[in-house]
Write a protein that binds this ligand. Structure first.
Ligand code: SF4
Length: 234
């Protein structure tokens, strides 16, 4: 593959093509997932609640992953986001920076977010476990069992309309299932009133060109569920 980010650029180009050709009536809105109509107090409350949750997590040693971490990667983004992305756990660059989804997979996620008409600041991004698993292995059940409830409380506080689970471990944990990602993706699952869309992890997308189409199909459904595409004749 030439430049891995070509995958995401393709997604953005498809959107632009639809706009330029009047196929979808799609229109880029300014910060549509920033819950612009939400009262400012609500955003402040959510921000404070997330800060309190981070404080409760503290310098956590609840599971063995604390031994190898550099920084806890709690999560980042808009406390009033309508869309939350949940990955499985931090990688090396996230562990060093304390910021979720940086590096090549993070750049690709940013492009995917842009492709559905949003900026990274519009959404919230976190992981099921907050410390890096060694050698980027999948988190173990005892680790997700300890850390996952903090992610669930992040979702409760933010209360997004849509959650995108990036990759199998995230999808299986959020949906409490052992079904493969290929069977889970492609449609929404209802979890406590939130629409949950499992899809492939950006790191997988970087390695597998064939995953481009299914990810785009999933993200189009997310885009439509959030009303980011205007309907009707132009
Ligand atoms: S992964 Fe979560 S539960 Fe485990 S040590 Fe890190 S913050 Fe604590």
């Amino acid at each position: 593959m030439d430049d891995p980010l070509d995958i995401a650029n393709d997604l953005a180009q498809r959107i632009r093509w639809e706009v330029e050709n009047g196929v979808s009536g799609y229109e880029r809105k300014k910060s549509p997932a920033a819950a612009a109509d939400a009262p400012a107090e609500q955003t402040i409350d959510k921000k404070a609640a997330l800060a309190a949750l981070r404080q409760e997590l503290g310098d956590c040693e609840r599971c063995g992953l604390h031994k190898g971490r550099t920084k806890i990667v709690f999560g980042a983004g808009n406390p009033s986001a309508r869309l939350v992305f949940v990955g499985e756990g931090p990688g090396q660059q996230e562990d060093e920076s304390g910021i979720p989804f940086v590096g090549r997979a993070g750049e690709l996620l940013n492009k995917i977010i842009n492709a559905i008409g949003l900026d990274r600041d519009d959404v919230y991004i976190c992981n099921v476990v907050k410390c890096r698993p060694p050698n980027n292995r999948d988190p173990l059940p005892e680790e997700t069992g300890m850390c996952g409830p903090f992610m669930k409380r992040q979702l409760e506080i933010i209360s997004p309309e849509v959650v995108v689970c990036l990759g199998r471990p995230s999808a299986q944990y959020v949906l409490d299932t052992s079904r493969p990602i290929g069977k889970l993706r492609g449609h929404f699952h209802d979890v406590d009133g939130m629409k949950v869309m499992p899809t492939f992890h950006p790191a997988y997308l970087l390695r597998n060109e064939s995953a481009k189409r299914p990810v785009w199909e999933d993200m189009k459904m997310v885009r439509d569920a959030l009303g980011l595409r205007e309907r009707g004749p132009r």
